[in-house]
Write a protein that binds this ligand. Structure first.
Ligand SMILES: C[S@@+](CC[C@H](N)C(=O)[O-])C[C@H]1O[C@@H](n2cnc3c(N)ncnc32)[C@H](O)[C@@H]1O
Length: 216
């Protein structure tokens, strides 16, 4: 639960950055009306940040784990050149129609290829390396996603991992042994901190975004 001043600051930020494209506002509205966990989608501020990251890196191939509604995928695609591609993987096939509807409505949708299935099974099959990856799937499997992505990430490429502060649970003194999501995030944060193959920072944006750069 955010405090009043956090909410005011959030509104201030939203008013002083690029507007959320109308299509994404509509996607978000529909997600709130029809889906169980609409808070999972990236939202206005993080969406603009993802677009900006892509404009900074100028990747050719991007991978996303966890499409959900397609909100973040559309933000990533917005930041890509017309020659670049985004492969996004979603395990829940019930979301496919909703996702494709908005990809088809977007001028950036043609840059995106949706894969329905388990990211851990699909990632090894890509025939090219990625320049950037956005990890936003099941928090229990972050280490497994990370290892799979590292096999397909070019040297100098970036991984962005979402929710790595997990609503502050990373600093809980006692973690319930049945809370596998918190355990997954804690394990991921330890693994990347101790992995000499990457440079690592955590941006305390929204729920925490870890940015990793695979060393040359
Ligand atoms: C937090 S949501 C993604 C939100 C989206 N990236 C956004 O920011 O708008 C996580 C999604 O990951 C999907 N997911 C979970 N495990 C997965 C897996 N192993 N492979 C692919 N998708 C997975 C879930 O079904 C869910 O839709």
């Amino acid at each position: 639960m955010k405090t009043k001043s956090e909410l005011l600051l959030q509104t201030y930020i939203e008013k002083h950055i690029d507007d959320e494209p109308e299509l994404l506002t509509e996607l978000r509205r529909q997600a709130h009306l029809t889906l169980l966990h609409p808070r999972m989608l990236s939202g206005h501020v993080q969406g603009r940040i993802l677009k900006m990251f892509m404009q900074m890196i100028q990747p050719k191939h991007v991978l996303e784990i966890g499409t959900y509604t397609g909100y973040s995928a559309l933000c990533i695609a917005e930041g890509l050149s017309n020659e670049a591609t985004l492969d996004t993987i979603e395990i829940n096939d019930e979301l496919e129609d909703k996702i494709l509807k908005f990809f088809n409505l977007s001028e950036h949708g043609s840059k995106i290829k949706l894969h329905i299935g388990d990211a851990l099974e699909i990632i090894p099959s890509f025939p090219y390396e990625f320049d950037a990856v956005f990890i936003d799937g099941n928090k229990r499997h972050y280490v497994a996603y990370y290892e799979a992505c590292m096999q397909k990430l070019r040297s100098g490429g970036y991984i962005f991992a979402d929710n790595t502060l997990w609503d502050g649970h990373v600093i809980d003194e006692v973690v319930d042994k049945n809370d596998l999501q918190t355990k997954g995030i804690l394990e991921f944060n330890e693994v990347v901190k101790n992995d000499e193959r990457v440079d690592t920072v955590i941006l305390p944006i929204r729920d925490g975004i870890t940015v990793l750069r695979k060393k040359l």
